[in-house]
Design a protein. Sequence first.
Length: 250
Amino acid sequence: MIYYKSESELAIMDRANRLVHEALHAVESSAKAGMSTAELDEMAEELILSQGARPAFKGYHGYPATLCISVNDVIVHGIPSRSVRLEEGDVVSVDCGTQVDGYFGDAALTFAVGEVDPEARRLIEVTRQCLDDAVDQVRPGNRLGDVSAAVQRRAEDAGFGVVREFVGHGIGRALHEDPQVPNYGMPGYGKELKVGLVIAIEPMITHGSWRVRVDDDGWTARTEDGKLAAHFEYSVAVTTEGHRVLGVKE
């Protein structure tokens, strides 16, 4: 079932997402070679708790951390660890969620540690462009297929792979709500976008095959061919004017 949000609900979700983005940017600005991903996770958790919010991921289906930190060939759901230390040239995707007054926020970004290979930089830039293209399709009367196709078109035109096994989602009182938001599809198809719908759009793009393998921990999802991946995400509300990216000043 799809739940449509009122302006008062969107205001709470905007606060939740603003805190998500604050945590993400704190992690990005602090990350450097030699740091463990566990240190970054602890930083984000402290910041979220200090604002009276709750980390959304910690304990979700048994997930053990506040952030998902996915390095290089890890697409999503990388578990922070003291044994995983960042190195110069790493591509790092960070996914964060919060719960504020019963509503959830969810966003992700990818950044490089120091100088990276030009192709790695291009992957990050194209994945961010995929998100921007998808957000541009969010308006009343459009369909989910318009959002999905925008991601696929940008990524595949650049020669990159589009992950099929993981998708975006609705968000609100639950971290994952209907509808699912794939990163591939056909324009003009799927659920109609109506005012009050909030969707988490999250392109997951690879430098090679779109196929995925999951580690024995049951969480860490990697590219099957070991090539790099990137991941960006916004929580986006459909409004009468078009759309609003929650937690981000436009």
